[in-house]
Design a protein. Structure first.
Length: 412
């Protein structure tokens, strides 16, 4: 072979293309193409978890408290979604079981105090044990109602559970030795192996120069509870119980033919949903630091129904997204009421709308839009998002479509 040379005797060389920078769009596109949809979801989830773990180092107490409210809402919404979204059972009494969890924790963890008519009862148990027993107590309350929830469905069950809200509110007002009556009761702080979750704890814990008070510590407890609630719900839905509950929702006749015990599964779903509500109520009590009967009225049950409808019935992730939306809106509107038009900040006079009313207007609008344009809620929108050109589902990529030819019809 002979080299190609120019008239000066030098060899002609072709310059190699310079490598693209690592942050160029082409490199990022190649990396994203290598990831499967499951890998992209895992990467997104990991990034979200890292952000949540780092938030206490950068945000103020307002955002931590608001985030904890959202975590409690996520736990309660996942539980209601198992009952209403997966099993198809309407419940308007979710607030009652949140109250059982909240007041149950206070009664189990508080020390007896006062004398005579102003005395307050309490068992003085360790806070962690009291928290767990409060969840069990809410499940027991759901079990007492399970003979009814196992036999009723639809609107009839909704009306029956609505009675629980009014009954619970009456009990909270007329059992002052346990609930504190109209004024409520202060909530004992959480304490894990001597590690206190109060803002005035004497240990003076600081991480990377950031003081870790009660909210910062409670933040990670809330994250752990959300993770446990999420994983438990996913395991239920992906196992035999989830398939049985879905069959009960879709067709009771078909479910009975397949051997599904309708009454038992309805009652079990109600008990599990009650335990989720109890965990959410106990966490709410720790964040509020004081529980009063007005926290657990009918509007709270309606808020939870709005969460699962907006997020998507039958979807754990959708219920979580709907819960975050419904839980954050009132707090954000309250914080920025002075800067937003048509709103009146709490404690001020004006002709505007209060943040609480404005939040419910937004809930109603969101529900109407979801029912009309996206019946599957936020989860349905995420599942039907447009794919990139050439990208199919994992099944179609693994098993390409095979065309089948049919012989032409022969006519003599």
């Amino acid at each position: 072979m002979s080299d190609t040379r120019d008239t000066t005797g030098t060899v002609d060389t072709v310059a190699a293309p310079a490598p693209a920078p690592a942050d160029s769009p082409s490199v990022q596109a190649r990396w994203s193409d290598r990831l499967s949809p499951r890998g992209r979801r895992a990467a997104t989830l990991a990034a979200g978890v890292l952000v949540l773990l780092a938030l206490p180092f950068y945000v103020t107490s307002f955002w931590l408290q608001t985030g904890l409210f959202a975590m409690a809402a996520v736990i309660g919404a996942i539980g209601l979604n198992l009952l209403s979204g997966t099993t198809g059972q309407l419940s308007l009494g979710h607030a009652f079981f949140l109250a059982v969890g909240a007041y149950g924790y206070v009664w189990l963890a508080a020390e007896p105090s006062g004398t005579g008519s102003s005395s307050l009862y309490g068992l003085g148990l360790p806070p962690v044990l009291a928290f767990v027993l409060a969840i069990v107590l809410a499940g027991a309350a759901g079990g007492l109602f399970s003979p009814i929830s196992g036999r009723l469905r639809g609107m009839y069950l909704g009306i029956a559970t609505l009675a629980l809200v009014f009954l619970g509110h009456h009990m909270m007002l007329n059992a002052p030795h346990v609930t504190g009556g109209f004024n409520g009761r202060s909530v004992p702080p959480l304490d894990i192996l001597g590690f206190s979750f109060t803002d005035t704890s004497p240990d003076g814990l600081a991480v990377l120069g950031v003081p870790f008070g009660g909210l910062e510590r409670l933040w990670y407890v809330g994250l752990a509870l959300v993770a446990v609630a999420w994983l438990a719900a996913r395991n239920i839905l992906r196992g035999r119980p989830g398939r049985a509950l879905g069959a009960v929702r879709d067709s009771e006749v078909a479910a009975a033919v397949m051997g599904v015990h309708l009454t038992r599964y309805r009652a079990s779903a109600f008990i599990v949903s009650s335990m989720y509500a109890g965990a959410a109520g106990a966490l709410l009590a720790l964040v509020f630091k004081r529980v009063v009967p007005d926290h657990f009225g009918l509007l709270l049950s309606i808020d939870y129904l709005a969460m699962i409808v907006i997020g998507g019935l039958g979807s754990v992730g959708g219920a979580a997204c709907g819960a975050v939306f419904v839980a954050l809106i009132p707090h954000l509107l309250t914080k920025y009421a002075d800067d937003l038009p048509l709103l009146t900040a709490p404690g001020t006079t004006g002709s505007g709308v209060s943040p609480g009313d404005a939040a419910r207007y937004l809930y109603g609008t969101a529900i109407v839009l979801v029912l009309i344009f996206a019946p599957g809620g936020l989860a349905g929108i995420a599942h039907r998002r447009p794919r990139r050109k050439g990208e199919g589902s994992p099944r179609t990529r693994r098993f390409p479509l095979r065309t089948r030819t049919t012989p032409k019809e022969h006519t003599p």
